[in-house]
Design a protein around this ligand. Sequence first.
Ligand code: SF4
Length: 312
Amino acid sequence: MTYVFGPVSSRRLGQSLGVDLLPSKSCTWNCLYCQLGKTKSFVTERQEFFSREEILEEIRQALTLNTNLDWVTFVGSGETLLYKGIGWLIAETKKLTTVPVAVITNGSLLYLQEVREELLQADAVLPSLNAGSEALHNKIDRPASGLTFQQHIEGLAAFRSQYKGRLWIEVMLLGGINDSDEALYDLASVLKEINPDMVHLVLPTRPAPEQQVQLPSDERLERAIAILSEAATVVNPLKGNMDLRKAPDLLEAVTAIVSRHPVQQRELQKAVADCFPDGSAKADEVVQQIFATARFKLVEHNGEPYWVMRTA
Ligand code: SF4
């Protein structure tokens, strides 16, 4: 499949079927922590990058193969809301299934009324907010010129006032960058204005190709939970596991996931082993075959080996 991948598992979204609407990497931001590497040229113009009917057909097929899903999640190799027509895809997906639909986005285009309207039928929207000040927003998210911090906050607040579904804001907590008391109090004050249903605190557990980003210390993480909890319910998600058991083609399934984010070696080995409950030797053999294709390479992050796509 070209657009649909997974299911991948997480504590926040359980078993989630991913739908990627963008050519890699198309983004309005160039975040320090991006797992897709540097944004070589910003994309800010919304387009229907791929045929919406072809994407919907893949979703239809994947829904027949995977019957045990908790979410269908639109998430891009870049900024998801750059896909013009996402509202149509959400509506059509909801005609196919009762599985709820989530959208993961950086939220930078929510200042546009047409974008907010396209999202109204989603069951959950997960935009990013990593800073409570313009200076830190520019340091972490590094937006395209013309996209301002003020616009971002106003877009989130305007969306909140229109949207009846679950608004879960994602905050990436970066050690030494946005984990000081000052940065956290700024963030809490902006979160109070926006009034999300929850804040999902996420950590840079996967490697970022462009530069090393640090995990916050346990003390800073606890402090972040305490300060941000004054503004909203804070969830500190644990990482879930990949489930490849229903994948018709293991190599294709692994490629689809690794091309979208780095995968911990242990996690991959376990996911493949789960496909062969009767023989770990067979699982080892398959892992060797997958990596013998030379599509992937091993990198180290916070002392853990991860597989990432090899770039030309
Ligand atoms: S918004 Fe997402 S895809 Fe875009 S640069 Fe940031 S982390 Fe990467």
